[in-house]
Write a protein that binds this ligand. Structure first.
Ligand code: GUN
Length: 299
């Protein structure tokens, strides 16, 4: 059984990115810059945003965290995005989700320039991704990170049955689309399960590769998994744990203790998919920077 070490791969990638950023500095006298906006004080989001900024600095990129009060109006947020869209030193813009209820996530997604949409949420990027034009888009960071893990662990995917559980715009939908495509690390037969799926265990037991992204602690039990399957756990669920100082601990969507005994490979939580999301965000920011240089040179 292989434990897929996302923490290690993410750290390797950050080292690689650090070299690339240094090359940017020498060649262009500039480095990639990422702006992260957080609205309100959701504690989990605050941790994610802090980690994104910290990782940015580790690779030598510039990072700007913009903290806005929970009462910030949609108009104010959109005008802040406009300023960042026009700022040549900002190559990536990310607005942390979830947003307060009075703000329309779709309007925010549409406001970010597709050229700086390092989250890959804008319809332009989603559309190019679905069409298979992966060199013309930003790929959503969590699915992109999972592709990177499958690739770096040489996990055979061609012709395999991949079952994705969850249909969110951030993970499930792009993940299923990518697994379907004719790429080295994909080319699967794909099934997507969700909250209205009947007989889910019957489907999950057919999976050679099972990707769980539903946000329900320990939903995937050993009985739902085919022996020898590859298990990718995207879940980040906080459950109460009085023995911890914080009062909680993080668990995935998969019952790791039991499923790991039957799987051929599995991502742990924490330390699996989570750190990869950040690494791919930085990779997308570098890609955006390089594209901006290309555009400037051709002027
Ligand atoms: N909230 C949870 N994951 C993400 C992500 O990948 N991007 C953004 N913008 N918000 C998130």
């Amino acid at each position: 059984m292989i434990i897929i070490d996302g923490k290690k791969i993410s750290s390797d990638m950050k080292q690689e990115l650090k070299h690339s950023v240094e090359t940017c500095r020498q060649k262009y006298n500039a480095v990639p810059g990422l702006a992260v906006i957080i609205v309100g004080e959701d504690p989990a989001s605050q941790v994610y945003v802090r980690n994104k900024a910290k990782s940015c600095k580790e690779t030598g990129m510039n990072s700007e965290v913009i903290e806005l009060a929970a009462e910030t109006s949609q108009e104010e947020l959109l005008s802040k995005i406009e300023v960042l869209n026009a700022d040549p030193d900002v190559h990536g813009i990310l607005v942390q989700q979830p947003l307060p209820r009075h703000i329309d996530e779709y309007a925010v997604t549409m406001a970010i320039s597709p050229l700086k949409d390092v989250d890959g949420f804008h319809p332009e990027n989603v559309g190019q991704m679905v069409l298979g034009n992966l060199d013309k888009c930003f790929i959503s960071c969590t699915p992109y990170g999972i592709l990177e893990l499958l690739s770096r662990y040489n996990i055979e995917t061609k012709g395999k049955h991949c079952v994705v559980i969850g249909r969110s715009n951030i993970v499930g939908k792009p993940m299923a689309n990518l697994m379907l495509q004719k790429l080295k690390e994909t080319n699967c037969t794909v099934t997507v399960c969700h909250s209205a799926t009947q007989n889910m265990p019957e489907l999950t037991r057919q999976a050679d590769i099972l990707i769980a992204a539903i946000g329900r602690a320990n939903l995937i039990t050993k009985e739902m998994v085919k022996p020898g399957a590859v298990i990718i756990d995207v879940g980040m669920n906080r459950i109460e744990d009085a023995s911890r100082k914080s009062g909680y601990r993080l668990v995935g969507d998969v019952d790791y203790e039991h499923v790991s005994k039957t799987a051929s490979a599995i991502t742990p939580v924490p330390g699996g998919v989570g750190p990869m999301t950040i690494a791919m965000l930085l990779k997308n920011t570098l890609q955006s920077f390089m594209q901006a240089q290309g555009a400037a040179q051709s002027l």
